[in-house]
Design a protein around this ligand. Structure first.
Ligand SMILES: *[C@@H]1O[C@H](CO)[C@@H](O)[C@H](O)[C@H]1NC(C)=O
Ligand SMILES: *[C@@H]1O[C@H](CO)[C@@H](O)[C@H](O)[C@H]1NC(C)=O
Ligand SMILES: *[C@@H]1O[C@H](CO)[C@@H](O)[C@H](O)[C@H]1NC(C)=O
Ligand SMILES: *[C@@H]1O[C@H](CO)[C@@H](O)[C@H](O)[C@H]1NC(C)=O
Length: 904
């Protein structure tokens, strides 16, 4: 145990506890993380977090005159040395044809650079912990002559970043192998150990491993130095910058289970039995052959406690002889009776198993490797849609970008879990990881919480969308990236399909584009023959070769039609009639869904008059938009030019019952891509805003996706001084089929939902202050009620915490919502008071937000204006400390408020 220990990992049993931190994470319950698992197995595999004590520096110009390769927009390109030849070999393990693998150059190119040198003084650099996003604290770029514009979130993602840290290596470690496992670094990572360039990985969203063993020496001062380089114009959204996911050192014996070295699949699955197949990759990095016993037991995995429960099966024990410097695969099959199947929430249960593999010789275990998995059957049917364990599951999905709002790209388990919790409340059961591999922990959450997942890898292939995007490296990296992606993720039961592309330019290039699709499809099948492939199509038509190459038909917007309703007729751009019927006729056997639907737009709590009488309209200044204040009306009838309202999408789905469902664009708002107002910072597409506050649209989807939930939601708010006597339409979202509206007790008429109608609307209501209320009915009986009152002047603050107890591990978070309220406790709907936050006790404020896409206050500011009456503060407990954290919120002339959060 010679490494400079991270705080959380100072002995072997503790390391196991640390590992099980993820495993013990429980969804839905508002309980703190509990590390309950005892270390029962001792083997020499160790996985240590390397998150603390990094020194960090970033430069907007190229500070070291090196780069991965020549590329457009590279700052000061003269004199720059390309180190690509040293990086390419890092992908070798994922290149199938040995002849196409790369060898490490032997020439004397300059690979030892200043910032990687021992003697370099980094004491003036910032000290940071990982995961780290160098851009998120801003400041935001405001005007248009700036390096990073609205598309990428107006934050300083660009430039070269260096991270340095010491590693120590003990005498015992010297007989072992030491791997550096980086879950994600944005981007063009290059890694030096003791001044020697080891390798790297360009694609910022993939996880990768480098073998540090040959470069380390015994002692405490091994220098690990990592260079990242994030080009401007490399993405269509906010990518973040830095080592934004976890980093690990994995120590193993020379004979060990390989990286992502197990693959568990099941066949003939029923409630009575399942056949489970197991493949394991054993690697021997020693020169001499060894005889190895391979034993794998299957246990129930209890996600709640994080423990491996009862043993339920074992794979036949095998003795294999593995030659010096050889890798081999061992296979086994076992039967499981009465398996507890994995299925999506809420109609099924996400049961999990864990396979514990032990490699041993002479009765001594020298490697223990754990694989979580689930047993389920999936049928992809052209008519019936998706069947999981023979039950139909309607896809009620959303697209999610990788950022975590005010925390940026820096991964945090609680932040990700919170996103999923709000989505589950919505009735969402499926997520498309648009458009890149997620962090590994997010997939553990989707497994445990029971979401179906589209795991997606590329936004571009050879044809670029921005000047410095992945197309620059597609030719050399698509194979290692694709195979690495699948090997990492293939055991997750939540993943139901591999998506190899999103709206790629190759849709337009006929057979040549389709042949790339075919190549990627075939690679996927070599890595995982059990799941289908897809790529999302916003242009390809049924008669083109592109859709033939892939299994599932994923349509972006084309299903419901693009610019095809009367309100869209004035627009230029491609007009596409609804294509569901055509695709289904051409490919009756292929499952068909909307991988992106709607692209509706709105700013939470903002209502703009007049309101369209139609069911869907594009945004402009006379149609739901305000280009001066950069807001879109929350009547939830307005969309991007290429999009449609939720109502129009629902209608298209219901007219075509063979459609398996939809993935709404998007679940949460995200940083960048602020269509239609690119001078803003974050998107308008979300059902939920960037801070996690629900927009009105939330209830429109909830009404459809949770038809048994008694709910009714009224919009707009009812505080409109100056609108007295003016037409102020009232809409109600409810799972009921009939509704009656009252204004100050006066009935406004009872409405019934007609066929293909998804909301109740009273479009001619004249505003008068007071109370509006709705009583809804389902099948003739009263179902749910709601009311909204005119608010008085702001008097005070009200605070709600998502959890009152958090873990004092320096990572867990409490999310506190502060509302501006009047004397009676009504939210003041347009309140924008500036709220000041402070904390006492063992905690700190990590970030604040309000969901306003035009708020350019830094996310780390402890003062923030409310937006539409609400503001969010995110609090973290100090690592290793317990006690009471008091969070105070105050605003000028308002009653302040305090809340106490317990840290354990
Ligand atoms: C790297 O460069 C420094 C300074 O030129 C030199 O002292 C050191 O020996 C070099 N390291 C290697 C591994 O070449
Ligand atoms: C499923 O089980 C049946 C009989 O139990 C067997 O004939 C068949 O080969 C099995 N199929 C697979 C894919 O294992
Ligand atoms: C391994 O352990 C078993 C049970 O303790 C014993 O019977 C066997 O002889 C041992 N084998 C070796 C090679 O030590
Ligand atoms: C704004 O959109 C509406 C449809 O919602 C359309 O009728 C009108 O022509 C558009 N105005 C402009 C200036 O494009």
């Amino acid at each position: 145990m010679g490494y400079t220990p991270p705080l959380s990992c100072i002995s072997l049993p503790l390391c196991y506890l640390f590992l099980f931190l993820f495993l013990s994470y429980v969804h839905i319950e508002a309980s703190p993380l509990k590390l309950t698992r005892e270390a029962t197995t001792v083997s020499s595999r160790q996985r240590l977090s390397v998150s603390n004590d990094w020194k960090f520096f970033r430069s907007e110009t190229n500070p070291d005159q090196i780069s991965y390769d020549k590329r457009p927009n590279l700052p000061s390109t003269s004199n720059t040395e390309s180190l690509k030849a040293w990086i390419l070999p890092s992908g070798n393990q994922f290149i199938k044809d040995p002849a196409k693998r790369y060898s490490r150059p032997t020439s004397s190119q300059r690979t030892n650079v200043t910032y990687a040198q021992n003697g370099f003084d980094d004491s003036k650099w910032e000290t940071v912990s990982l995961p780290h996003d160098w851009a998120i604290q801003g400041p935001f770029y405001r005007d248009d002559s700036v390096p990073v514009k609205g598309g990428m979130g107006r934050l300083p993602i660009h430039g070269v970043g260096w991270y340095r840290r010491k590693l120590s290596v003990s005498v015992e470690d010297k007989s072992k192998l030491m791997y550096l496992d980086i879950d994600g670094a944005m981007s063009y990572a290059m890694v030096w150990v003791n001044e020697i360039l080891v390798g790297g990985w360009p694609y910022g969203y993939n996880s990768f491993r480098l073998d540090l063993t040959p470069y380390l020496k015994e002692g405490h001062d091994n220098l690990l130095a990592i260079r990242l380089d994030n080009p401007t114009d490399s993405s269509r959204w906010y990518p973040g910058g830095g080592i934004y996911r976890n980093v690990w050192i994995t120590k193993v014996e020379k004979v060990h289970v390989g990286q992502w070295g197990t693959f568990i699949t099941s066949r003939n699955v029923s409630k009575k039995s399942a056949t489970i197949d197991f493949i394991i990759q054993v690697e021997n990095e020693d020169d001499i052959a060894q005889e190895v016993n391979v034993a794998t037991d299957v246990h129930v995995f209890d996600a709640k406690s994080g423990r491996a429960g009862e043993k339920v099966a074992e794979f036949p024990r095998a003795v294999v002889t593995i030659g010096g410097n050889q890798h081999l695969q061992a296979k086994g099959t076992t039967e499981l009776n009465n398996p507890k199947l994995w299925g999506p929430y809420s109609t099924q249960h996400p049961n999990l198993y864990i396979a514990i593999t032990r490699l041993s010789a002479n009765n001594e275990t020298f490697d223990t490797y754990e694989t979580q998995f689930g047993i389920r059957s999936i049928t992809y049917d052209g008519d019936k849609g998706l069947l999981v364990n023979d039950e139909h599951v309607e896809i009620q999905g959303v697209n999610q970008h990788h950022d975590l709002g005010a925390l940026g790209a820096a991964f945090n388990i609680r932040a990700a879990e919170r996103q999923l919790e709000v989505l589950q409340e919505l009735g969402c059961n499926a997520i498309r990881m648009s458009h890149n591999p997620p962090s590994p922990e997010l997939l553990e959450l989707t497994d445990r919480m029971g979401f179906l997942v589209v795991d997606e890898i590329f936004d571009v292939w050879e044809r670029s969308k921005t000047s410095a995007d992945f197309s620059l490296i597609f030719p050399e990296w698509h194979e290692p990236d694709l195979r690495a992606f699948i090997r990492r993720d293939r055991n997750h039961p939540s993943i139901i399909v591999w998506s190899v592309g999103n709206e790629v330019g190759e849709q337009y290039t006929d057979v040549s584009g389709a042949s790339i699709a075919q190549t990627l499809n075939d690679m996927v099948y070599e890595e995982d023959p059990t799941r289908p492939t897809t790529a999302s199509m916003n242009y390809a038509k049924p008669y083109m070769p592109f859709p033939r190459a892939l299994d599932i038909l994923s349509l972006n917007y084309q299903g419901e039609g693009i610019r095809d309703a009367p309100a869209y007729s004035h627009l230029s751009g491609i007009k596409t009639p609804p294509l569901y019927p055509d695709f289904h006729r051409t490919f009756p056997e292929k499952l068909l869904w909307a991988s992106e639907s709607a692209a509706s737009l709105s700013t939470r709590g903002t209502y703009i008059f007049p309101v369209t009488r139609g069911i869907s309209a594009p945004v402009n200044d006379t149609s739901g938009g305000n280009s001066k204040y950069l807001h879109v009306s929350s009547y939830e009838l307005y969309s991007a030019d290429f999009g449609a309202s939720p109502d129009k999408v629902f209608s298209a789905q219901d007219h075509n019952p063979f459609v398996a469902g939809e993935f709404v664009w998007s679940g949460w708002d995200y940083l960048g891509e602020p269509t239609p107002y690119y001078s803003a910072r974050s998107s308008y597409f979300g059902i939920i805003d960037l801070a996690g506050f629900k927009k009105d649209r939330f209830y429109l989807y909830q009404a459809r996706w949770r038809p048994d939930l008694r709910m009714a939601h009224i919009l707009p708010h009812w505080t409109w001084p100056g609108r007295e006597g003016k037409v102020t339409p009232v809409h109600v979202f409810s799972s009921a089929d009939e509704a009656e509206l009252f204004i100050n007790g006066k009935p406004q008429g009872k409405k019934k939902k007609g066929n293909y109608e998804y909301r109740f609307r009273w479009d001619d209501v004249l505003y008068e202050a007071g109370e509006i209320s709705v009583v809804t009915y389902k099948k003739g009986s009263e179902w749910a009620k709601a009311s909204v009152r005119t608010a008085g002047p702001a008097m005070g603050l009200r605070v709600n915490a998502d959890r009152m107890d958090i873990n004092g591990d320096g990572k867990d978070l409490a999310y506190l919502t502060v509302e501006i309220v009047d004397e009676e406790g009504n939210i003041v709907p347009e309140a924008d008071n500036e709220v000041m936050f402070s904390v006492s006790g063992p905690g700190e404020i990590v970030a604040t937000d309000n969901g306003n896409p035009t708020d350019f206050t830094s996310f780390i500011s402890q003062t923030r204006k409310a937006f539409s009456g609400k503001v969010l503060v995110i609090v973290r407990a100090s690592p290793g400390e317990a006690g009471e954290i008091t969070v105070m919120a105050s605003a000028v002339e308002l009653k302040s408020v305090k809340v106490k959060i317990a840290a354990h």
